[in-house]
Design a binder for this molecule. Structure first.
Ligand SMILES: [Zn+2]
Ligand SMILES: [Zn+2]
Length: 338
């Protein structure tokens, strides 16, 4: 699969590595595009080219490149939500208690300190920061200062699922690379070639993954993705059959999932959205669902719209950290009864 991402994005990567060399081997790059389309992989590929001493090639097999690939290179530092903090920073707290789901200022302080140190084995030290849009305001300000103060040897590769939520000041310090999803038909062909599967199977995976490369890949690499989908559909079928009291119990169950495994939670919500959308298309005699979707409910179109609106509301409320249990209770009670 990785060779496919490579083929797909190599021109872009080579163009920017040329740009990097021409701009005095210095700068910050912001990779922007929807979640699960392979930005992390593309950033890593870019990091390899910046670190590697060989000629520019995306297929290099040297020790540096292999270490970047397996996240073992001391000069390539990955930062994401919940990562290592600067324990001596005055902003640091015990985070197991504060429940924060953003990149914290004490993490940025650690980067600030490391960015001032020389690289240990290469000419360049690279910081790959994932989920840039999920950063507190104070973290964004600290990052901006770090980008401004860092020596030329420190390069920042910033990844964002939602460019609109990245502070304008940070954006203005970066070269922005827009990573577009590949088209659904192309992805289907890639899956057929790469996994030697039939057209229908490939099309099912494209639909389940909303045509996102990494998400599609996950369906082949582990059973978890398919299990999560089946469980999501199963849960929704139960919820719409429940009375109010049972729905409230379910709201509690899902508020715990939201708290403990937010990524899984939003994945489930996405599957519910798809499931209702497929019903909507089906009501209009359009088939956009995976071929194996066995059962369609006889919803009225306005019930489907109502459910989709309720999903949108609950998603927005949860992202704003409103009382999750209350939001989920309202959501489950709002769903049609079957
Ligand atoms: Zn190399
Ligand atoms: Zn901390």
């Amino acid at each position: 699969m990785n060779t496919i991402i490579r083929r797909q994005y190599q021109d872009l990567i080579l163009k920017y590595s040329k740009h990097f060399n021409e701009s005095d081997r210095h700068g910050s790059y912001l990779f922007a595009g929807p979640a699960h389309i392979g930005k992390e992989y593309i950033a890593k590929l870019f990091a390899k080219i910046l670190i590697c001493d060989q000629d520019i090639s995306i297929d290099c097999d040297c020790k540096d490149c292999n270490d970047v690939e397996s996240s073992l290179h001391g000069d390539v530092i990955n930062i994401d939500i919940g990562g290592i903090c600067d324990l001596t920073d005055s902003n640091h707290r015990n985070h197991s208690e504060d429940g924060s789901k953003k990149i914290r200022i004490c993490q940025i302080k650690r980067i600030e300190r490391l960015a001032l140190l020389s690289p240990s084995r290469s000419k360049t030290k690279i910081f790959i920061i994932n989920n840039l849009d999920l950063m507190t305001d104070e973290s964004a300000n600290a990052l901006l200062k770090t980008l401004e103060d860092a020596p030329h040897s420190s390069v920042f590769l910033l990844l964002s699922n939602n460019l609109e939520q990245v502070a304008q000041t940070v954006q203005s310090r970066c070269h922005i690379l827009n990573i577009a999803p590949i088209n659904a038909k192309l992805l289907q062909n890639i899956l057929v070639d790469n996994y030697a599967i039939g057209d229908i199977h490939a099309e099912d995976i494209v639909r389940l993954s909303r045509a996102k490369l990494n998400a599609a890949n996950e369906f082949f690499n582990s059973e978890d993705s398919m299990n999560l989908f089946n469980q999501a559909v199963n849960d929704m079928e139960k919820i719409i059959s429940f009375d109010s009291i049972k729905r409230l119990e379910y709201a509690e169950k899902f508020s715990i999932i939201f708290r403990k495994e937010p990524e899984n939670f939003f994945q489930i919500v996405m599957h519910w959205e798809d499931w209702f959308r497929w019903h909507l298309y089906n009501a209009n005699k359009l088939n956009c669902a995976p071929s194996f979707l066995a059962k369609y409910y006889d919803f009225e179109v306005k019930q489907i719209f109502y459910a989709l609106q309720a999903l949108l509301n609950v998603k927005n409320e949860l992202k704003m950290n409103v009382n999750p249990l209350l939001s989920l209770e309202v959501f489950f009670l709002d769903l049609p009864q079957f």
